[in-house]
Design a protein around this ligand. Structure first.
Ligand SMILES: NC(=O)c1ccc[n+]([C@@H]2O[C@H](COP(=O)([O-])OP(=O)(O)OC[C@H]3O[C@@H](n4cnc5c(N)ncnc54)[C@H](OP(=O)(O)O)[C@@H]3O)[C@@H](O)[C@H]2O)c1
Length: 289
């Protein structure tokens, strides 16, 4: 039995479906019962990562956990991992390519909590693997409402910033590969896998691809940084998180990551990671009125 956290979200939802399709027994963690619409046969369990005591039942009897950390702080992570270690042997953690292994304090609070959870895992006695995601293609769903409303231009703080955004289905496929590997996945123990998409595309290029898919030209226009920051904060992000996200894009723009990262998904799963066009095709319903 494998427990999947974040099961109603982008990556966790795919992990649930792919594990189920592979014939694994799956338990899906949800805060709100009935929200996930999981495939038949998937066991739903209610629990909250902010309340470690609520997770004992969820961890009980599972062989492995797909762990995703959706909270703004790692405050409850030590207790969550202690609860996990009481019941299970192994965790595959969705981390971030932004974690810098050469420093203790990361430059922003998001990579800071990912680095902290990786360290906690290393000290937990659990067997663990980190699947470190690069920028998610799913972040571009933030443009979907404007596209549905007929926009012909979309404002973005860094129109020329280039990222190899990754399909949530490929992040999930890599995690599922590790979770279901023969011999309990021992060869993945303690490994940190950077997972990115196959092509570097700027915001402007990705916006143009969405335009092609919906059948009208859409161009990118620059958004003042202060406005981008205000929009992220209005969307519910704490100020330091908004700064962290904008800073990370700026940094990646200035110094793109190593190109070998794009081959990790293929090395793990045997399949080339999906292109951005494929991601847009998979999400066409989100972009069409
Ligand atoms: N976006 C990026 O570019 C990027 C890059 C690298 C790493 N990451 C990491 O990826 C993770 C987000 O993944 P995602 O995009 O798949 O998530 P998502 O679609 O935003 O979904 C979040 C999931 O977490 C669940 N959740 C929220 N609060 C919870 C709580 N207190 N207890 C238990 N479950 C809770 C949500 O369930 P409910 O239905 O209950 O809300 C939902 O299933 C984060 O850790 C992020 O730092 C993101």
């Amino acid at each position: 039995m494998i427990l999947v956290t974040g099961a109603t979200g982008n990556v966790g939802g795919q992990v649930v479906r792919q594990l189920h399709a592979a014939g694994e027994s799956v338990r899906a963690l949800a805060r709100t019962p009935g929200k996930g619409a999981f495939p038949e046969g998937v066991e739903e369990v209610v629990g909250d990562l902010a309340d470690p005591a609520s997770l004992e039942g969820a961890f009980n009897g599972v062989d492995a956990v797909f762990l995703l950390w959706p909270l703004f702080s790692a405050e409850t992570a030590p207790a969550v991992l202690k609860a996990a270690a009481r019941h299970t042997e192994r965790v595959v953690y969705l981390s971030s390519t932004g974690v810098d292994d050469t420093v203790l304090e990361q430059g922003d609070p998001i990579n800071d909590f990912h680095a902290r959870i990786e360290r906690l895992l290393a000290e937990s006695g659990l067997r663990w693997t980190a699947v470190r995601g690069g920028g998610f293609a799913a972040n571009d769903l933030g443009w979907a409402e404007q596209v549905r409303q007929g926009a012909t231009s979309i404002a973005t703080p860094f129109p020329d910033a280039v990222r190899a955004v990754v399909h949530e289905g490929d992040l999930a496929a890599a995690a599922v590969h590790v979770l279901t590997a023969p011999d309990g996945g021992r060869r993945h123990d303690g490994r940190k896998y950077p997972l990115t998409g196959p092509e570097r595309l700027s915001d402007a290029e990705r916006i143009a691809i969405i335009g092609e898919a919906v059948g009208r030209p859409i161009r990118a226009e620059p958004m003042p940084l202060e406005q981008a920051r205000a929009e992220l904060i209005a969307g519910g992000l704490p100020q330091e998180y908004a700064d962290g996200i904008l800073g990370a894009v700026q940094e990646e723009f200035a110094a793109p990551g190593p190109s070998e990262e794009v081959r990790t998904i293929q090395a793990l799963t045997g399949e080339a990671p999906r292109t951005y066009r494929q991601w847009v095709a998979d999400h066409l319903a989100d972009f069409r009125p």
